[in-house]
Ligand binder design. Sequence first.
Ligand SMILES: [Zn+2]
Ligand SMILES: [Zn+2]
Length: 338
Amino acid sequence: MKDTSSTLSRRTLLEGLAATPTLTAAAASVAAQTPAKTAAEQAQAALKDAKATKLVLLGTGAGPGGQGPERTRKMTSHVMLSNGAAYVLDCGLGVTDQYARTGIPFPALRSIFITHHHADHNIEYGPLLVIGWINGTHLDVRAFGPPPLKQMTEDFMRAYKTTVDFWVEDLKMKPLVAVDVQEVSAAGPVTQDDNVKVSAIIVEHPPVRPALGYRFDFKDRSIAVSGDTAPSEAVAKMAKGADVLVHEAMYVPAIETYIRGEIAKGRPIKFEDLMAHMKADHTPVEDVGRIAQEAGVKTLVLSHLIPAFDGIGDDTWRAPAEKYFKGEIIVGKDLMVV
Ligand SMILES: [Zn+2]
Ligand SMILES: [Zn+2]
């Protein structure tokens, strides 16, 4: 789809996909408010005194669209906590608040990793740095991601220099002048510290190049993350033998139903074109099951759910993957601790 009108209609459609409310979602959000513990409290309890490495799903919804009261899943972000150090993976809108809600202190934030430069993965990267800094993130925080992450970081810091300088003057803080950025544009080792060894792969997410997946080998646990990708052999290879694979997942029947409904309403879109685009960029949940089985991981976490409706039940998400994958399957929810 090259012409502007179809691009526009595709965008509107994708926004609609993320926005459609369901009664189930409304009921679930009411129910979520009534029990004794909120998701944030549960996350804090699970992380408190945790000795082992933990993964917290901060945001599990796909796409930047559908920002309305119905959208209950935040955009993609995750944090891994190991030996008191926090590693953030992707910075969709909401990452800073969600991070704070886990109770992980900002001084614990050591590194930030970005998989690719779509807004649902990077839009709150700069704000996390600045709000983190005012809340105690150390000045030696590091960032990793595809080019032009260096330039983006410098430009953001330049844009917010006045803001940062006011706090420096007022609160006598050491200024946040620069962030140590390492760009990643090829598969291979990325970084290593006393807790974790990190490596990257290139995944298929046209036209975004490069789009990355990452593997985090902590001392006690290995966590592989697909990023956004069409079914990828590279993901299966990277995740070989990992404890946890976090994989994006697309539930095709829900998308097909939605597109047909929009066409019935008179939207100028072509069913085949749109589905071809979705399949070139994302992984149907059946294939996620196949990839997890091939990799032989212990636990598969479905996150970056497409569409991001809460109305699709956990069993509906799980069933297609279960046909192929025999390990544990977790359907991701915001603030879930794995
Ligand atoms: Zn995405
Ligand atoms: Zn993407």
